[in-house]
Design a protein around this ligand. Sequence first.
Ligand code: 2CP
Length: 677
Amino acid sequence: MVERKPFYSADDIRHLEYQHSRPGEAPFLRGPFTQMYRHKPWTIRQYTGFANAEASNAAFKQTLAEGGQGLSVAFDLATHLGFDSDHPAAQADVARTGVAIDSVEDMKRLFAGIDLSRVSVSMTMNGAVLPIMAAFIVAGEESGVAREQLRGTIQNDILKEFMVRNTYIFAPKPSLRICADVVDYLSHALPNFNSMSISGYHFQEAGAEPALELALTLANARAYLDAISARGLDLDHFCHRLSFFFGVGMNFFDEIAKLRAARLLWCEEVEHRGARSDRAKRMKMHCQTSGWSLTAQEPHNNLIRTTIEAMAGVFGGTQSLHTNAYDEALSLPTEHSARLARNTQLILQQETGICDVADPWGGSYMMESLTQQMADKVRDYLRQIDAMGGILAALESGWVSEQIHGQALRAQSRIDNGQRPIIGVNRFVSDDEARPPVRAIDADEVLHQQRQRLQRLKETRDTSRVEAALADLTTAAASPTANLLAFTIEAIRARATLGECTQALLKQMRRHQADAHYLAGRYGLERRQDTQWRSVRREVDAYHQLLGRAPRALLVKLGLDGHDRGVRLVASGLKDAGFDVDISALFSTPEQVQRMLDSAPYDALGISLLSGAHLPLVEQLLNTLGPQSCDRLGVFVGGIIPDQDIPALTAMGVDAVFPPGSSMEAIIRKLITVLAD
Ligand code: 2CP
């Protein structure tokens, strides 16, 4: 958090260089446009997608009918990682956290009846950016919308995937080439399409405070500018289509300051590199309210949190906004919760007068001062990153992970010791709270349909044309000057699938696998004076005495779920409480987990799942391990687990389930009770 004074006065801003700047003028601290929301309010753009193309298409149409102003597609994890729905590795994850897209035919169904020349579409896609962008372009063409008319944004921000989000396919270097190919191609062929959404949101979700979130985002943006400029592209030709994406959490003043500072720093960066046009220098951004701030306990409180966060995004001058639904710590949003989330924005736009004035915080002693402090803090981080040799070097050295994880641990320890209040979680906890209904997806049915569709596609297409296009794509991957998006478009037009395009690329670029790790010592240090923590530590010590050695836990991530904030926090907490702890690599298979379990005398097995695929994945794992191993181990599951699934997990042999918001003490105490039983 940026340091605060008890009050601010004119003295705090007298020295500030930009205090007399205006919205719509460089350095754009006060907003990218002169009139801001008076001319056009931010776009209400809700991230949506589940099950199959038809179900998501219906949700899109409903969104647009009920006041949504742009679309934002959530793809399922199989699509993100370049697997067709019929791939064995993808079975449990198809259709759970987004829509399953295997081919251009699915993409056409996804937008059937929606005029793509009028509605702008954001697609959150990074790993499988080539086939998805290609399928969108071909779907547009085949429904009569020329490339120049297509409007929207592709996330295409792979670097942060290696730092936090983990939906990468290839290693960083070939991935950067793909990003640059996409920017290059779109800047010529789709002039109205934003070719990147350089994202800080996921850093914040993983634990970064606002200054670190912004610094890492800008450091990644610099790496992209280097890679794209190295091809000889002029900044004034492509920069105005590089867009940004930030999270907005409960740190109200800092979040507004962060968004204002972001525009200032971006303008300085591109000016320094020689950009001339205002279009290139003004940062445009999408914001999303914080998913991490949502609590599973008393979920209706999340409506209030989201409203406050949305206001920070708007006061910060965002161009587009997603407001989370109140039930997202429990499951995918229901129709009703999605409607309330959208209405939050409609009410802000239409009932409050907030849109009347550009940068309403401009001139506030405190806000101007905080904006400057935020910018200075970010500049400090950027200098540190430069000193390490740039963001790729900082990533490889482990610095990025350590910074984010360290801040996540600090936040968690402050929640667990009560210094950071979360109403309904560590203060004013209610005992008799009713859980709202959650949306259930029939993923098995979607899987069955997608398999049938893939089979039909393969039976009816011109196989030799597909094979030739895929061979060309493989050849292009070996040639650094070929544009891979151009070749992927030809393959997709020939009806190659997303998985086949990925396989064609994998013949030249191997699938990347990162190691998993956690920080030891930090959490315990934060809590060393805390009596609750000391008492938990004593319980672990007593159990240690009983066993004659430290209790040992293996924590695993199964399936295609790459969210690792929770598993790393729990690993750090258990370690500092006195356990020996190992964590598996992401995307582990049951066989890999079995091998790890066989390698050491583990007492507990923790499974972290936020993808909605907990029932099939836990079942597969426990079946593979067999009843003997399960009886010997304490088995616990953490993550987004709806209440109604807990009995089924218990019947499989799971000893305890921990939803988001579970305190470290609660986890450790339960574990010790189960193990000692
Ligand atoms: C807008 N315009 C204006 C004004 N406002 N012109 C003059 N005065 C104004 N006040 C113009 C713009 O220049 C633009 O024209 C057009 O109107 C549309 O406005 P925009 O500001 O570009 O809005 P937009 O089309 O909604 O685009 C917003 C973004 C775009 C931020 C630039 O990149 C975007 O929509 N991003 C969304 C990203 C997203 O949804 N991500 C999902 C993340 P021109 O185009 O001619 O300039 S979900 C992620 C999950 C959590 C995940 O990642 O895991």
